[in-house]
Design a protein around this ligand. Sequence first.
Ligand code: XIL
Length: 317
Amino acid sequence: TVALNVAAKAAGKLYFGTATDNPELTNTAYVTILNNTAMFGQLTPGNSMKWDAIEPEQNVFDFTGGDQIADLAEQTGKIIRGHNLVWYSQLPSWVTDTTWTAETLTSVIQTHVTTEVSHYAGKIYAWDVINEPFNDDGTFRTDVFYDTLNSTYINIALTAARAADPDAKLYINEYNLEYTGAKIDAMVQLVTDLKASGTPIDGIGIESHYILGDVSASELQTNMEALTALGVEVAITELDVRIDLPATDADLEQQKSDYETVVGVCMAVSGCVGVTIWDYTDYYSWIPATFPGYGAACPWDENLVPKPAYDGIVLGF
Ligand code: XIL
């Protein structure tokens, strides 16, 4: 059967990739599949480039975990999506527990973004500069950044990232952009505003953490086209399809169809550059810990055996 990155490239896309995480890299059976460049042409570090990992204390930077993934990607001929620079979650307490002024928090963001992006300059295809800035109702999420700087924190981070690595694509990454409604409308407005103000923005990441059977091809395609019409690229950045356990054979067939549909929409939109799954095996999926009762979300099962979803991806390309 066809390997997934080979299938993506043959179909004219830039990559098929997966998230991975540092503790997983001691599992040799897992790493053997991960390292196969025919299978995966792109890696996203699941945790080790996040703020709490990279700058656990102010002005104290630790690139150990991120470097491990970046080195692995380089050794195996994969491109990297850097994930992520500014997000409300997985922040160290020194960021969340300090009362900042607009000036001091601007400086904190600039230092974090500039130092991390400079460290990886030349090695990153795209950065998720901003992660999950919106509530589902389309209002900006209130967090330390928004509370202190309003939405200007987005411009501050994007501008710093561009200066530190002019060759990296700069993305905003978000969930629930898979459906039409207030959240995609807000993102379209934000991209419009960023473009109008001359703020660098190159792409929007559509996370795509689906529940089985909830894929709407038409809504996903409508949203991708609304974004690409503004002159940005899009990518499926964190695809998985979670199942209310236990998963039946019928569920696995539906999951195959869901994966095929999502990949097929990326195929239908020329500005969709690639697809990333949020780890490839159910053994390391984030789903069971985050959505109790759900699981079996990935294209490989817990024993690293491909599921019907694998064939769905191939069919989608
Ligand atoms: C998840 C990781 O997979 C988990 O290991 C961690 O405990 C929490 O974060 N949206 C994102 C990702 O942008 O960073 C999240 O990753 C999943 C949801």
